[in-house]
Design a protein around this ligand. Structure first.
Ligand code: NAP
Ligand code: 3JN
Length: 340
């Protein structure tokens, strides 16, 4: 409704995603009437800023959401399981960044460029799930191709920035890098191995099938968001010593033949996508260029010459921004425009 403003709670406000959410609400001029910033007891009383005004962080409890209309959650899946139902029962619509509810059939899993119509299902439980960052950027680029050529199979390998693990992991990469350059011993707390000058084929916990949870999130979330359980997806997720933006090498096999020219044409019109693909000028998507940007960048688009209907591409996006905070705020924008 024009002129209306909304009370917004941010749970996990002191974290990498929470701070980006606050920044994104400001930058996109989301109509915030009142804002409540919530985190653990450790942060109680700490000051964060919204539109230049200091706001004291409060401890997240089940009573935090009285009078709140929208609750953005990024305090981990355990906190979402514990507090999101209470927030919804208080009347707030929850937009949850964790994996807690993503695969529940009566909770919509939303990427605004892909399946905005599914937001309507939020009325059942008062909760909308935000997908995993690696899934979001992949489906933003692939849905427009799926619509014209039907993707049968996806093979993806990710190169994920440490910011995906949170603020402590950013510190770990920087301090390990400094230690190595200063010929000092490397301290390790967040990752099971040194991350500086290294690649770890291990994100989230290993499962019995040999995949990690992060890999299986990409499989199941893609099928749910694309509303097509027949798409076959196999993923290898890798942590790399990059601060911001996840990169993905993606191979697709389509039912209908689609040429490289057509893929570029379709993606050049796709919402949220920017094609950067001039190999002769060494122009292709880069993590350092995507950092701080809203778009999902796609390049290195080429035919997979090993099969009849295959395409390879390189997809890069800011994981904390489009992969988490921006996607959540875009969902909130649709919510207030269409439903609240
Ligand atoms: P982070 O930088 O480590 O921040 C964690 C946040 O959670 C902090 O605000 C922290 O508060 C809060 N928190 C931790 N334990 C809490 C408790 N017991 N009660 C209340 N608040 C608590 O991590 P992050 O990168 O922002 O990620 C946070 C969560 O967002 C992740 O666990 C994940 O579920 C989700 N996430 C999703 C995506 C995605 O792909 N969509 C990407 C990254 C993260 P204190 O500062 O007080 O400790
Ligand atoms: O590692 C990354 O690059 C993305 C991390 C996402 C993440 C981190 C901790 C817990 C998630 C997620 O969004 O799936 C979770 C979780 O909620 O399970």
């Amino acid at each position: 409704m024009e002129g209306k403003s909304y009370s917004v709670a941010v749970a996990g406000a002191t974290g990498a995603v929470g701070q980006e959410m606050i920044k994104t609400l400001e930058q996109r001029r989301f109509p915030v009437g009142a804002i409540k910033l919530l985190a653990s007891e450790r942060s109680t009383g700490k000051e964060l800023f919204f539109k230049g005004n200091p706001i004291k962080v409060e401890k997240l409890t089940k009573d935090s959401f009285k009078g709140m209309e929208i609750a953005l959650f990024s305090a981990g899946a355990g906190r979402s399981l514990e507090f999101a139902p209470a927030a919804a029962a208080s009347g707030a619509v929850v937009i949850d960044n964790s994996s807690a509810f993503r695969m529940e059939p009566d909770i919509p899993l939303i990427v605004p460029e892909v399946n905005p119509q599914a937001i309507a299902q939020y009325k059942k439980r008062g909760i909308i799930a935000n997908p995993n960052c690696s899934t979001i950027q992949m489906v933003v680029a692939l849905k427009p191709i799926h619509d014209v050529a039907r993707i049968k199979r996806i093979v993806v390998s990710t190169y994920q920035a440490v910011s995906g693990t949170g603020l402590k992991a950013i510190d770990e990469l920087l301090s390990q890098t400094r230690a190595i350059l200063d010929a000092q011993a490397v301290q390790r707390k967040v990752y099971p191995h040194q991350i500086a000058f290294n690649c770890l084929p291990h994100i989230d916990a290993f499962l019995e099938n040999g995949y990690t949870k992060e890999e299986m999130k990409m499989v199941h979330e893609t099928q749910k968001i694309m509303e097509d359980p027949t798409i076959r997806v196999t993923a290898t997720t890798v942590r790399v010593p990059v601060l911001h933006s996840h990169s993905e090498s993606v191979n697709i096999e389509t039912e209908k033949k689609i040429t490289v020219k057509d893929v570029k044409e379709v993606l050049s019109r796709a919402p949220g996508v920017l094609v950067v693909d001039n190999p002769s000028l060494s122009e292709y998507p880069l993590a350092i260029h995507a950092a701080g940007r809203d778009e999902t960048f796609v390049g290195r688009i080429r035919e997979d010459e090993s099969i009849p209907n295959g395409i390879n591409m390189w997809i890069v996006s800011d994981n904390v921004r489009k992969g988490a905070a921006l996607n959540a705020v875009q969902i909130a924008e649709i919510l207030i425009e269409k439903y609240l």
